[in-house]
Design a protein around this ligand. Structure first.
Ligand code: DLZ
Length: 211
């Protein structure tokens, strides 16, 4: 039986994210806190889970309200790029096979084999395996906070389910500035913790989830 009663029970297994492609979308609202959270997320992805820096795309949006639509659009663009690339590779392979069938000439076969070496690898253009949306909402004196928090949490859940891509909810919804600082690892207490670290691990765990 675990001694652990509160918070996230860490996995015992090491999660290898070296084959994953991850998108981080973050706000520019509350940027000091958000920047610390993005750094915590990024460092965990690369140092703990070995996600390659070239496979991490980072994009910013104005505020938390923009996170769901930005995530949806960027996921779609990456998927489209990937489809185009696959279509190009398929066309090139068909051309090569056609050339080889058309000609019994050894030199033609050599040329064809040469061209297959130049097919562009997937590189930075694959679809995303996970998306992490990061922002900080701090309650003010109006109902703005409640409306945005509600819209963003529902919006991000919808994007994840509709796109079938894990979307990590990296949005702090805090009543005070101090609460936000503590949760970005910038506070004064001994219990301060950068939640970005948990979000990085959650993204890798969800991307690798299988039966
Ligand atoms: C307008 C606003 C306010 C009052 N507070 C925050 C906040 O604490 N955190 C945040 O990320 N964004 C805030 N915004 C901006 C909205 O999220 C959004 O960018 C604008 O309403 C434009 O759609």
């Amino acid at each position: 039986m675990s001694e652990f009663t509160k918070g996230l029970q860490p996995l015992n297994d090491a999660l290898d994210g070296s084959s994953l492609r991850v998108l981080i979308v973050h706000t520019r609202w509350n940027s000091r806190i958000v920047d610390a959270l993005v750094k915590g997320t990024y460092d965990t992805l690369t140092a703990k889970h070995h996600v390659k820096p070239e496979n991490i795309a980072v994009r910013s949006v104005p505020g938390a309200y923009e996170l769901p639509s930005a995530a949806q659009r960027l996921i779609g663009q990456a998927q489209q790029q990937s489809n185009n690339l696959i279509a190009n590779v398929t066309d090139t392979m068909a051309d090569i096979m056609g050339d080889m069938v058309d000609s019994s000439d050894k030199s033609a076969q050599k040329t064809a084999a040469g061209s297959s070496d130049s097919i562009t690898p997937m590189g930075k253009q694959g679809p995303f395996d996970a998306v992490i949306c990061i922002g900080v909402l701090i309650k003010g004196s109006t109902q703005h906070f409640e409306y945005i928090a509600d819209a963003v949490s529902h919006g991000l859940m919808r994007v994840g389910l509709d796109q079938n891509v894990p979307v990590v909810f990296g949005v702090l919804t805090c009543l005070t500035d101090d609460q936000a600082l503590e949760r970005a690892g910038l506070g004064d207490s001994d219990t301060r913790h950068n939640h970005g670290e948990d979000w990085g691990s959650a993204a890798v765990e969800m991307a690798l989830l299988k039966l």
